[in-house]
Write a protein that binds this ligand. Structure first.
Ligand code: ADP
Ligand code: MG
Length: 614
């Protein structure tokens, strides 16, 4: 007798449960699949009810097209869908769904009930699925749209139950999925109730409004909406100011044709585009909508459709980087108003709103807090100079207010305008050899002298690089350099690659080179290290990102080393010169590491601080 195993076709319930393994990872996946079905059915409004983080109940009620009784029953069969018909349709998917897997999968791991009625009048029907996976159809009351309920999720799949995280974590995942869907579909009204309490309530609204509803008004005020098209790929992005950042990528939404996805390549591109202006280990906050011909993107690569594959990823990447660069150019001179708000909060003597203490009679806030207890700025401004640093404060001069019109932030916004030059006001004093205090028409600016100069140097150097007009200096003793074999091979193929960067390079033989020039601005660097960084960055980088990550980081760090330091005394002329350079410098609102270079306090802010205004 043969011992070879026999092969059997799996019963539908088992097959569905296997599919559920991929599609229904956790309660949030059920919410996502059901809401996507409502969206595909043309709903204008959905109400989601969740109990016990989805383990007891997930119900999605919509006002979409609904279904005829026969379709309601069919919808629960595997590979049953109304969204595609032929294999070719897979190349042009415009709906969320197309796999015909979600409902049967969900029904195999939870108790599913569906109540629906076709739009335009027709019979209402109800379908229930029993534990064996059989569905039972019966007539039901007419209604608008469809309601799908899932109870006792994962009751028969203990392995899944064990993997569920805490109630709060699962609820948070549900909220995240709903927020992503909401960003993709601003005109859809969405309500989410967790254990009877309304957690999310979005009305149908314009895109900009929806972004503000989902990410908050702080983000709306401190971000820039930029549209950008590159070779048929349109990017619509809401990009946070660089001074607004987050510890991880969880505040970055990537949507491709209305589908929230994860994509390491795009995330890396986004970070690369921000690299110049953000702390190295921080992430920007952004909503990125990518609109692309559906034929150029394969959405059938992930069972939960969380990933997509672009037929031309480089174009999408270039479009995204172009979009961010365009936005940064416009935002470069804006400081986020949250910085000023944080500064104000740090300076307030108590947490209570100032307006509730009508004009106290001391004119100087008292620096009596424990050292190090309050925010940095308050301490710096108001603590008595320590004996360790004599910290001379320059004589405060009487200066006329900057003339109106060219003052930064004349409109009261923390916006220094786009391209045009801006005015950082007239220097009043240098404080603790670290900050400059200047007066502008409607308030004062505090400027971090080191951060500002660092940015100026970096931008100058980048501009030189871009124009391939880097001032270079001849090395007195040329340096021999033996790069890694692949790099050496690449340099032989691209003998002039380093020239635009002010690096003079000659091949001695197959493996060895001589460096005889390096950029003056980077004259203090070991030439081999510099050549290595630039060459590797060029070899790995592509057209849009020529300098590459390593190079920019290197430049940022080096530019930083030579900048005016904190602790350096600046006389009135030097202060004035710095302010003038700042006025011409792009991206001046942040230093190369993403810290703000200046903070503005308006007269209003100051009045509020002193209790003159509520
Ligand atoms: P898919 O969405 O991939 O087609 P599903 O299993 O999610 O597969 O749904 C199967 C079918 O059931 C859908 O194609 C659609 O025709 C129908 N359907 C599901 N949910 C709804 C709904 N809320 N309103 C109307 N029709 C629905
Ligand atoms: Mg579906």
């Amino acid at each position: 007798m043969s011992s070879a195993p026999t092969i059997e076709l799996l019963p539908p319930l088992v097959a569905n449960r296997i599919a559920a393994g991929e599609v229904v990872e956790r309660p949030a996946s059920v919410v996502k699949e059901l809401v996507e079905n409502s969206i595909d059915a043309g709903a204008t409004s959905v109400v989601i009810e969740v109990e016990a983080a989805g383990r007891r109940l997930i119900a999605v009620d919509d006002d979409g097209d609904g279904m005829h009784p026969i379709d309601a029953e069919r919808a629960l069969l595997r590979h049953a869908t109304s969204k595609i018909r032929r294999a070719e349709d897979l190349q042009q998917i415009a709906s969320h769904g197309f796999r015909g897997e979600a409902l049967p999968s969900i029904a195999s791991v939870g108790r599913l009930r569906l109540h629906t009625c076709p739009r335009g009048g027709g019979e209402g029907s109800e379908v229930r699925v029993d534990d064996q996976g059989n569905s039972h159809l019966r007539p039901a009351a007419a209604r608008r749209g469809t309601r799908v309920e899932v109870r006792d999720l994962f009751r028969n799949t203990p392995a899944r139950l064990r993997f569920l995280r805490s109630k709060r974590t699962e609820e948070a995942a549900i909220v995240e999925h709903v927020r992503a869907l909401a960003l993709a579909h601003p005109s859809l009204a969405i309500t989410l109730r967790l254990d009877g309490r309304t957690r999310i309530e979005y009305r149908s609204e314009e895109e900009d409004r929806r972004v503000a509803s989902v990410l908050g008004d702080d983000f709306a005020r401190n971000s820039h909406h930029q549209s950008h098209t590159h070779r048929g790929v349109r990017i619509d992005a809401w990009l946070g100011l660089p001074t607004l950042h987050h510890r991880d990528g969880s505040r970055i939404w990537l949507l491709v044709n209305g589908r929230a996805i994860r994509d390491r390549m795009l995330l890396a591109a986004l970070r690369a585009a921000y690299r110049d202006v953000l702390f190295h280990d921080r992430y920007p906050i952004a909503v990125i909508q990518i609109h692309i011909d559906p034929a150029l993107v394969d959405v059938n690569v992930h069972p939960a459709k969380r990933e997509v594959r672009f037929s031309d990823p480089a174009t999408v990447r270039a479009a995204l980087i172009g979009c961010v660069h365009a936005a940064l150019e416009r935002m470069g001179r804006r400081g986020s108003d949250t910085t000023a708000q944080a500064a104000l909060a740090a300076m307030r003597p108590s947490a209570a709103p100032v307006s509730e203490h009508p004009a106290p009679h001391h004119t100087t806030p008292r620096p009596q807090q424990r050292p190090g207890s309050s925010g940095g700025l308050g301490r710096l401004l108001f603590s008595p100079p320590s004996t360790a640093s004599p910290a001379p404060v320059d004589e405060v001069r009487e200066v006329p207010a900057a003339s109106p019109g060219n003052a930064p932030c004349a409109d009261g916004e923390a916006d220094l305008g786009g391209e045009e030059e801006c005015d950082f006001g007239l220097p009043l004093a240098q404080i603790h050899r670290r900050y400059l205090l200047t007066q502008v028409t409607d308030g004062i600016l505090l400027i971090d002298q080191h951060a500002a100069h660092e940015r100026i140097r970096y931008e100058r150097f980048k501009a030189q690089m871009r124009q391939a007009s880097v001032t270079s200096q001849q090395l007195l003793t040329p340096v021999r350099w033996q790069p890694q074999p692949e790099l050496a091979a690449w340099l032989h193929d691209h003998p002039d690659a380093l020239a635009p960067f002010g690096i003079g390079l000659r091949a001695v033989d197959d493996v060895c080179f001589v460096i005889d020039r390096i950029p003056s601005l980077l004259g203090h660097l070991p030439p081999e290290e510099l050549a290595e960084e630039v060459a590797s960055a060029l070899r790995l980088g592509n057209e849009e990102d020529r300098l590459g990550a390593a190079l920019e980081r290197l430049l940022a760090d080096r530019a930083c080393k030579r900048a005016i330091t904190s602790g350096q005394m600046l006389d009135h002329e030097a202060q004035r010169a710095l302010l003038q350079e700042m006025a011409r410098c792009p991206n001046i609102a942040q230093c190369n590491h993403g810290r703000p270079t200046w903070i503005k306090l308006t007269l209003d802010d100051l009045d509020r601080l002193f209790g003159r205004k509520g």
